[in-house]
Design a protein around this ligand. Sequence first.
Ligand SMILES: NC(=O)c1ccc[n+]([C@@H]2O[C@H](COP(=O)([O-])OP(=O)(O)OC[C@H]3O[C@@H](n4cnc5c(N)ncnc54)[C@H](OP(=O)(O)O)[C@@H]3O)[C@@H](O)[C@H]2O)c1
Length: 269
Amino acid sequence: MALPRPSSTTTAIVTGASSGLGIHFATELASLGHHVTIVARREAPMVALADAIARSGAPAPVLIVVADLSTKSGRELLWKKVAESGRTPSVLINNAGFSTTGPASRAEVEREVALVRTNVEAVVALSTKVLSFMVEAGAGAILNVASTAAFQPLPGQGAYGASKAFVLSYTHALAAEVAGSNITVTALCPGPVETGFAEAAGFSEEAVNVLPKIMWVRADKVARAGLEGLGQGTSVVIPGLVNKVAAKFSRHAPPAFLAKVLAKRHPQL
Ligand SMILES: NC(=O)c1ccc[n+]([C@@H]2O[C@H](COP(=O)([O-])OP(=O)(O)OC[C@H]3O[C@@H](n4cnc5c(N)ncnc54)[C@H](OP(=O)(O)O)[C@@H]3O)[C@@H](O)[C@H]2O)c1
């Protein structure tokens, strides 16, 4: 099992490529020779990324799609632009996502719903669409970025943890459906990574520092580990030894017990 070979008729789609992990996924895929399509709502950082990739000697210009993937119209725009490019998706990195933080009782309803639309609905919509292309082509690779938050309930980020548990379960199901074919589906479950994530979620600097340094893995390493796992057909990739051990524990401990412990420790509760 390996990543599909780059070709002049295919593209690797990376969602959430205006910041953080998405930049590393796009850069790494381009360095492997893939044509890359990058998607997010902020255009300027994607233009800078496309320029950097072009300067690194990529054979074809990056396709930039400015779209809100939590909306049907945003996703339709992506498919329109990809179709116009004359390429079909051979790789999909479902990376766009965000968290809210704080007690549900004080959350903004629309922000919670937007989280579910971005972290869950868009992942299902994009995966479903690309799988039809991949099955027809007889090859493909989908990397869904979940989180170690997928392994237990997460009071203080309840909707986020549940969204990532969905992504993990969904990824296992898709991987089993395509087993034995030349298509691979992997869940990447990082622990804490220094990106724009904490700021977007509204974490204070103090709250971020509560997480032990030993859990943090660099964004470039996380992205590379995800792509390596995808190429090897690994079902779940958890970067960092401490995160792997913690995930193992979380998978086997009673959820109600873990939720109580985590509720006491969450810095924004
Ligand atoms: N950093 C961590 O500690 C950590 C840990 C575990 C898992 N993760 C997961 O890793 C993934 C990447 O996050 P990151 O850490 O790289 O955070 P980040 O720097 O905040 O990047 C998030 C990306 O998602 C995009 N995005 C958000 N909502 C979108 C929407 N509606 N439509 C299109 N794009 C959207 C953002 O772009 P625009 O704002 O320009 O739209 C941005 O490019 C997420 O799924 C996150 O849950 C992160």
